[in-house]
Design a binder for this molecule. Structure first.
Ligand code: AVJ
Ligand code: FE
Length: 440
């Protein structure tokens, strides 16, 4: 993106907006109107809320703010303000119905494409305007991933189809990778569409550490379950143990035991669990407990980013593990092309310089870190995007999932959620301190 001319920026912005809208339409046209307005879980909004919310944010940011145009529907701002109404209460609001919501987002988009045609991408306004378009495309894609999680919660016959992800190309060369001690550049000051919480680039130090080359699989995780891990306080943090007891958790969400095998419900189908697939739908506390049982720990956010971006040969931080090129289909399982994570070894072309695989795509990876601002953080463009979430309540997840679009996923991208959340497409990999004999 950096160094693109105004016309290229315009084309890129239009492509990202169109791709996001195609996905929103696919996810909302897949179900009937009853399903669109239904609340599938108190954790989620009705799909029709997400759709109109996406249109309302686009109206606020691009039609009114960037475009300086008249409001399309000033009367509905309050309904679609995520801070005014908790997800659980959204079905009780006088929301736009399915036909109205579809008409609304089309009308907003029509005006936005006109704003995009006439926006002058020059001087300072280049970054500000291009950023606003990129932010809106990212925002819609984030809600598309949320809508995909709602689809996974929905009960009923399957309505989404996608081809299977690729099989492993080759076994992993090593199960663990040593990352040397030292400073690297974390965060970014140059990615044009990086959000405020990814900025600025700053030096960050780690000791030598060892990180798993792939994510923890269902097979590995279920050995912990079968060993009685959910009944043994010693693997869990105090908060994690309290939660696992209170919530009555017995294994990853969406799994059931059938005699001596495990079944998984996935987008309306019931299937045997695949042992080699990255475990998905576990919360932070479960990830932490598994790591303790395995004699390891979760990586910190800094360690994760160093494993993903640091090139020891040049000392430089890459945009992605494989380099600076935008993700291709050979690099990572992103963009809802497949509706599950791929087994370890499926994307060797996406490996980091040190040989860590599948950091981008497949599953969001829980890290040990709280969501905090980087040194030099500045709110941009609104405090409500990131700043109001900083603090110990949220844990950082990295890397994106099969449900994440590439516009909302970078080596620097930071996601966050409560440590109890399991409806998101989240898994993890483990890390540990390097032993003295490994560093010498
Ligand atoms: C970054 C995924 C935590 O969905 O709550 C969507 C993204 N912010 N609308 C969320 C977001 C405003 C956010 N996460
Ligand atoms: Fe939103």
């Amino acid at each position: 993106m950096t160094g693109l001319g105004a016309e290229q920026l315009r084309t890129h912005a239009a492509e990202h907006l169109l791709r996001a809208r195609d996905r929103s339409v696919t996810l909302t046209d897949a179900v009937d109107d009853d399903d669109l307005v239904r609340q599938h879980s108190p954790l989620m909004s009705p799909l029709v809320w997400d759709l109109a919310h996406v249109g309302n944010q686009e109206e606020l940011w691009l039609v009114r703010d960037v475009g300086r145009r008249e409001p399309v529907r000033a009367d509905i701002d309050e309904l679609y303000d995520a801070f005014k109404h908790a997800r659980s209460t959204r079905p009780t609001l006088p929301l736009l119905g399915p036909a109205e919501a579809r008409g609304y987002v089309r009308e907003v988009r029509d005006k936005v494409l006109d704003v995009l045609d006439t926006a002058s991408f020059d001087g300072n306004r280049l970054t500000r305007h291009a950023f606003a378009f990129g932010m809106v495309a990212q925002h819609e894609q984030q809600h598309d991933e949320t809508m995909l999680a709602t689809h996974q919660l929905r009960v009923g016959a399957p309505v989404l189809q996608a081809p299977e992800p690729p099989a492993p190309r080759a076994p992993l060369a090593a199960r663990e990778v040593l990352v040397p001690a030292g400073e690297f550049t974390m965060g970014t000051s140059t990615e044009p569409w990086a959000l405020d919480n990814e900025r600025p680039a700053h030096p960050s130090y780690t000791d030598a550490f060892v990180i798993d080359a792939g994510c923890v699989t269902y097979g590995e995780y279920l050995r912990f379950v079968e060993a009685g891990g959910y009944d043994q306080a010693r693997w869990w943090s105090a908060a994690g143990w309290r939660h696992v007891r209170e919530a009555g958790l017995t294994g990853p969400k969406y799994l059931t035991r059938d005699g001596d095998r495990w079944l998984r419900t996935r987008f309306g189908s019931v299937e045997p669990v695949r042992e080699d697939e990255p475990v998905t739908h576990v919360c932070f506390y479960e990830a932490e407990a598994y790591a303790a049982w395995a004699g390891k720990r979760l990586p910190t956010e800094t360690e994760w980013e160093k494993a993903a971006r640091f090139d020891p040969a040049t000392g430089r931080s890459r945009r992605y593990p494989w380099g600076d090129d935008d993700p291709g289909t050979e690099h990572a399982n992103l963009g809802q092309r497949h509706l599950r994570a791929a087994p370890a070894g499926a994307y060797p072309a996406g490996a980091s310089p040190l040989g860590v695989q599948q950091l981008i795509g497949d599953v969001w990876e829980w890290t040990a870190s709280d969501f905090l601002p980087y040194p030099g953080f500045q709110v941009f463009p609104y405090a409500e995007y990131s700043q109001v979430f900083f603090g110990p309540d949220y844990k950082v997840l990295r890397g994106g999932s099969f449900g994440t679009d590439q516009v909302a996923c970078r080596g620097t991208f930071r996601n966050w959620d409560y440590p109890i959340r399991r409806q998101i497409f989240a898994g993890f990999r483990c890390a540990r301190d390097a032993r003295p004999d490994e560093v010498a």
